[in-house]
Design a protein around this ligand. Structure first.
Ligand SMILES: Nc1ncnc2c1ncn2[C@@H]1O[C@H](COP(=O)(O)OP(=O)(O)OP(=O)(O)O)[C@@H](O)[C@H]1O
Ligand SMILES: [Mg+2]
Length: 310
């Protein structure tokens, strides 16, 4: 059982379908994926809310072809708006609403603990079939917490070394944060910290090795940790694919995660590099609506269906 404050305060977390879209690096396509996955789900007849949680540089609305929304999360934090559902903004796609991130420098990126938990709870309580979190870049605590509370985590990665490195860094942050939330691990916190601060090159200090060590020290805690961490199964999307070799990077990330973190990762699909993406962004129109013949329509279709099934 998780003793995370966030989970403890979140009634019915598991009954809602909250998907978080993250990735360690900026500009990898998180907002593109959030917007178009949201459109796919809405076109399938689901009630969808897409939430811009990139609190430092919100731009989900652009990927959906919307003007800068009049109400944003900062209006809720500053108490200008007291009813959370008043933050919902309609889009031209029926069934799809958005909640916009902050457009100002109100310190939203450094959202205080209490506010963060309150916002997470309100988001999970929204009346919708699917709630999508478009996260900001990096591994800030807020971003990791939004990711952890989701039912499904999606990581967008570009087939280039910097993006791949940042993906491992992101998974590592989530891994240790989740681990530390498990009840009973405080006794072995020194082992966790030791492993967390070890150099990645020190194979014996890998998270997978840590799991073994925990079981040696305490079979009971080891069992619980395995159960909890077994539920952590992030979904990988390789974006801007130009060759089979790019697609294969997805499989190698899967196998490295198995060896190093001891965790299984799903690979629901990839997105081709396509001119229609930046053309649609430039036109401020949603890709799937503006370019229904783009290669990306099939890409998204496959990804969304696999995410629904998994
Ligand atoms: N499959 C693709 N083909 C072509 N261009 C793409 C593709 N995916 C993303 N891009 C380009 O990358 C840009 C960045 O995408 P996006 O804004 O979705 O990234 P992000 O991860 O949300 O960035 P940030 O971290 O700044 O929020 C897009 O505007 C587009 O120009
Ligand atoms: Mg973005």
């Amino acid at each position: 059982m998780m003793n995370s404050e966030a989970h403890a305060e979140l009634p019915g977390v598991s009954t809602k379908k909250v998907w978080a879209i993250g990735g360690g690096k900026g500009g990898v396509g998180k907002s593109l994926v959030s917007a178009n996955v949201a459109i796919c789900l809405a076109l399938m007849g689901n009630k969808v809310v897409a939430v811009d949680l990139d609190l430092g540089g919100a731009n989900l609305h652009t990927c959906l072809g919307l003007p800068i929304p009049q109400v944003t999360l900062s209006d809720y934090v500053s108490k200008k708006i007291t009813n959370f559902s008043d933050l919902l903004v309609s889009t031209p796609i029926s069934n799809l609403k958005i909640i916009s991130g902050a457009q100002d420098e109100l310190g939203m990126a450094n959202l205080k603990h209490m506010h963060k938990n309150q916002i997470i709870r309100k988001l999970h309580e929204l009346d919708a079939d699917y709630i999508l979190f478009d996260l900001g870049a990096g591994t800030a605590f807020n971003t990791i917490d939004f990711f952890i509370t989701a039912d499904k985590g999606v990581l967008v990665v570009l087939p280039e070394p910097t993006s791949i490195e940042n993906t491992y860094r992101f998974i590592k942050s989530v891994f240790y944060r989740r681990l530390k939330m498990i009840e009973g691990v405080s006794d072995i916190e020194h082992l966790i910290n030791e492993s967390m601060n070890a150099k990645v090159t020190a194979g014996r200090a890998s998270p997978a090795e840590l799991m073994k060590k925990i079981s040696d020290v305490s079979p009971d805690v080891g069992y619980r940790v395995r159960q909890e961490m077994g539920l952590f199964r992030p979904n990988l999307i390789i974006n801007q694919v130009r060759s089979q070799a790019d697609i294969d990077i997805g499989y190698s990330i899967q196998s490295i995660c198995r060896k190093y973190f001891g965790l299984e990762m799903s690979f629901p699909g990839y997105l081709d590099y396509d001119q229609s993406v930046w053309q649609s962004v430039r036109k401020r129109k949603p890709l799937l609506i503006e370019y229904p013949n783009s290669k990306l329509v099939n890409n998204f279709d496959r990804i969304v269906n696999r995410l629904i099934e998994s």
